[in-house]
Design a protein around this ligand. Structure first.
Ligand code: 8OZ
Length: 361
């Protein structure tokens, strides 16, 4: 009998033919102007057999950018580029959500409009690196946002969701993980504000709630997902009580009736958190649960069979295997990902991983 991993799951009006999700993956291959182009169209179309594709993080504004050559979704040229991606995925029978991203303090002045400082809830520099035209560098010191700017960013998210809809995306995922802007607001290590956006847990989740209200004014709530990484220190992030903070953030997401909760279940790309902690946080969300972090065929099948997850996201295996679903279903060998070509470059290590029954380019 075929494992439940390969069976459909329906979220409202959207039916995923299987429970294998392509994780959001930064690949730094947008064209000038941070516009998706033909190479990106081919890459996503090759992976259309995923139950759901979540796009790489796509910045909602020029200020939301933190790395070289990441795509945007704030102008019409970018929307036109993404439209070609979504059309190609749909033509091959797939579904794709746009991951909406603002990096906050994880940026560099050379990537920011007019070479200005990146923005953050508080003016605390991260001990973290980014990559720019000249290679790996320390991130720049940020400045603290004013309240009017916070409202403007919520509006930037709303416009980005409108753009995602016009670009033909089936929904959006809010990137609230990995030490980027929303995560910086949620956690008390990076949020030292003394206004209504800082201090208590209720105040620290306010920005998240305002953004979710904006996104669900554009898409039906079931077409909006949210991603958190409660157990991760990625991006030099910390919180004195993550279970309480993220319990409240996840309960807030649940109030909106979102389509799914997506959790990085440990260190980003690293060790997993205790299963009991993951289960405790998951229980705060009434809806579809998408699990992520180091799953393989066996652990994914087991997680779906046991009910520990409804969907499982794969990252690196999807980089190297355009036909990952078919390979997992047939228990066929997988291509090995090549880390040297993860970030930046052209077709090599991007669209040239062979599918079963074809030869390497
Ligand atoms: C790796 C390199 C650059 C960005 C994340 C968007 O961690 C990222 C990212 C990952 O969520």
């Amino acid at each position: 009998m075929s494992a439940k991993l390969f069976s459909p799951l329906t979220i409202g009006t959207l039916t995923l033919p299987n429970r294998i999700v392509m994780a959001p993956l930064t690949r730094n291959r947008a064209a000038d102007g941070d516009v998706p182009h033909a190479l990106n169209v081919e890459y996503y179309a090759q992976r259309a057999s995923a139950g759901l594709i979540i796009s790489e993080g796509t910045q909602i504004s020029p200020e939301g950018k933190g790395y070289i050559a990441t795509p945007g979704i704030y102008n019409q040229e970018q929307v036109a580029g993404w439209r070609k991606v979504t059309d190609a995925v749909h033509a091959k029978g797939g579904r794709i959500f746009a991951q909406l991203w603002h990096v906050g303090r994880i940026s560099h002045t050379s990537l920011q409009p007019d070479g200005k400082a990146p923005v953050a809830p508080s003016a605390i520099k991260a001990n973290a690196k980014t990559f720019i035209a000249s290679g790996f560098v320390d991130v720049s010191a940020p400045r603290a946002l004013e309240i009017a700017e916070i409202k403007r960013i919520v509006e930037d998210y709303r416009k980005a969701a409108e753009n995602a809809k016009n670009a033909g995306f089936d929904g959006v995922e809010l990137h609230s993980a990995n030490g980027y802007l929303i995560d910086q607001f949620l956690r008390d290590g990076t949020n030292k504000r003394t206004d209504e956006y800082g201090g208590s847990v209720e105040n620290r989740i306010r920005f998240l709630g305002e953004i979710l209200a904006a996104l669900t004014s554009v898409f039906p709530a079931l077409r909006v997902g949210v991603r958190f990484s409660p157990f991760s220190g990625f991006g030099d992030i910390s919180d004195s009580d993550p279970i309480t903070t993220f319990g409240a953030a996840i309960a807030k997401a649940s109030e909106f009736g979102l389509g799914y909760l997506h959790l990085v279940e440990g260190q980003t790309g690293g060790p997993r958190a205790p299963a009991a902690d993951v289960a405790r946080l998951r229980s705060r969300f009434k809806g579809v649960y998408l699990a992520n972090n180091g799953y393989d065929r066996g652990s994914a099948i087991e997680a779906i069979e046991s009910g520990a997850a409804d969907l499982v996201a794969f990252g690196r295996p999807f980089i190297a295997n355009p036909d990952l679903v078919e390979r997992l279903e047939r228990d066929a060998p997988l291509n090995e990902p090549k880390p040297a070509t993860f970030y930046g470059g052209g077709a090599e290590g991007y669209t040239d991983y062979p599918a079963l029954g074809t030869k390497a380019a």
